[in-house]
Design a protein around this ligand. Sequence first.
Ligand code: BT5
Length: 280
Amino acid sequence: MPRQACNPKVGGVGDSSSGDNRSLPDFRDIRWFDSIDSTNRYLLEAARGGAAHGVVAVADHQTAGRGRLGRRWEAPPGSNLLVSVLIRLDLPAEDRHLASAAVALAAASAITEETGLTPGVKWPNDLLAPDGRKLAGVLAEADLAGPPEHGHPPIVVGIGINVAWPLSDADLPETLVGEATSLQQEAGRPVDRSALLSSLLGNLGPRLTLLGTPDGRARLASDLRSRCVTVGSRVRVELADGQIEGTATDVTDQGHLVVDTGSGSETVVAGDVVHLRPVG
Ligand code: BT5
């Protein structure tokens, strides 16, 4: 049976025993798990119990890692970075999607710092290698029934970054062949997960500060626009009530995606985007 969520090890990055986390003042409560079902699930439950803004959960392995829309997130034990953060901010519902953008942007900066790679952001929040294969995915979940702060529900944003898996297509299940890559595969050398986590949190602190104000959110949307490789791509967007196809032309000041369908422009607030590859 996996080690249970009720027994986290608490401490700072790179030192799970000391609790000394002075270099990351925004994230003093980091909870480590050898194995857990899902760090997002854990933090949503911790939020119900009153856990504070900035609590972080990190796992070496997830037995039920979650993707969006009920999908699974795969990562063999000990290979990748699996981390979630609890966010309690004055964040209106219409700007909630910027919480995942903040994490994606922080992760992109951390990856550049630790590897020299420059991942692209696929709207709203995947990180891609230059050839379009996925390096990382972000899942934001709001607990609408959880104890609110500033009148808003707690939000948990989790990210899975492929650090040392997959090393080649041979590592992947058939469904992910050609779809997933890792930092080690792209950089051609091993990447230190602890250093990457430290850099991720160091980059996230200032972005969470931005997330808490209207001006800051406009800045995050602008950063998203400048890193967003979806802009200029042919896309299919699965919406709650159908789908559209076209060319993504912009990210708005609110962080929404603009798609030119050929018969007009549509602004997408939330949706699942597929980058369409040219045929032939
Ligand atoms: C995501 O969903 O990309 C969000 C992934 C979030 C994972 C983190 S890990 C820490 C935290 N705790 C959790 O339980 N979850 C979060 P989505 O866009 O739905 O992508 C899922 C799809 O990506 C799957 O259906 C697969 O096709 C593919 N996939 C699964 N694992 C992958 C991997 N390691 N690398 C690339 N693609 C993967």
